[in-house]
Design a protein around this ligand. Sequence first.
Ligand SMILES: *Cc1c(COP(=O)(O)O)cnc(C)c1O
Length: 414
Amino acid sequence: MGSSPKSRQAAILGAPGVRGKRVTTLSKGGLTDFMQSIIFSKQQSREPFYVLDLGAAASLMDKWTRALPMVRPFYAVKCNPDPALLGTLAALGSSFDCASRAEIESVLALGVSPDRIIFANPCKAESHIRYAASVGVNLTTFDSRDEIEKIKKCHPKCALLIRIRVDDVGARCPLGTKFGALPEEVAPLLQAAQSARLLVTGVSFHIGSGDTNSLVYQRGIAAAKTAFDTATRLGMPRMRVLNIGGGFTADMKFNEAASAVKATLQSYFGKETSLTVIAEPGRFFAQSVFTLATNIIGKRVRGDLREYWINDGIYGSMNCILFDHATLTCTPLAFTSNRANPTCWGARTYSSTVFGPTCDALDTVLKGHQLPELQVNDWLVFPNMGAYTMAAGSNFNGFNTSAILIYLAYSSPS
Ligand SMILES: *Cc1c(COP(=O)(O)O)cnc(C)c1O
């Protein structure tokens, strides 16, 4: 990747998925001004919109590389498949974790070579496996005998990682009830793969997503080492890939997780000479780079309570409240009520409810949230809206999540 910030910016602006789109350069702290300018130039429609900060994605790649230089990231496409984000990450040198035929297609469409893709879904349809074979995606995961049979039939040259179950039961989205071989299943599965003449090149795990405990990576790496040793004991070719999955967040806990990973890799795999360590971060790269602006389309006053309706909700970007167990926060922007001085709205706040636009009462975004007195046509801005948001939105009631415009920005590193 280009060494100077300027050449890196140029590479991102020219990347497939970004090239040809308008990208606004932001100075430090310029995001709010940029959103204001979009709002003032779009007064007619007042549709919700996203800003995707490609410069922030570049800073996150720096953060990853500084903390975990020995761990190659395969961005988990399901977290947010926006083409500009995928293209930016590809230009920054990331590889990709795809879980379906369509995800593989979208990554290949950016010109990414198939050897930078892992088909990291332990249970795949035969047609998707055949597709992977046809385009040269030759690395996948498994955790059952039936998957071995399908891969033997549809893609016998594919290298395999055995997905083992390593759970952070405290994670917001634990995955262990659905995926991962139990300790006693590892040896029989490795033997089954061997009898099928498939090559198992390593081990993968995923501790779970959201609010994860960094110490669980230690348990995962230790369990992976046991599986490596089991393969050796069974006389199989030496494993050489360790996939530590996702679960990373870009907040304060990242350095803690990185230290835990580094120290544990050193103690369990320090003597391993030709080990490739990979990870599948999704949330780490996607969460903070997207900011969502929504318009207040309705209001009701009941005593001291303020109720607002905005034009995105649970069936749209905010599905993360249900599926990702997310807690959202927002700040008001660009008041019709106080246009002359939009940053000064008085000290008084009210306990407020914020509803989404559909006719379902479940479509409630915030409750008991303190907000100043707002008016219809004011805006609410939600930060950190990139992970598991628009990716799972619907068009229920005619509110189409995939139609929400995404404005591209490039902020200089802070
Ligand atoms: C969802 C998923 C990821 C990404 O998880 P994050 O917590 O967003 O980092 C990575 N790998 C696999 C196999 C997944 O299913």
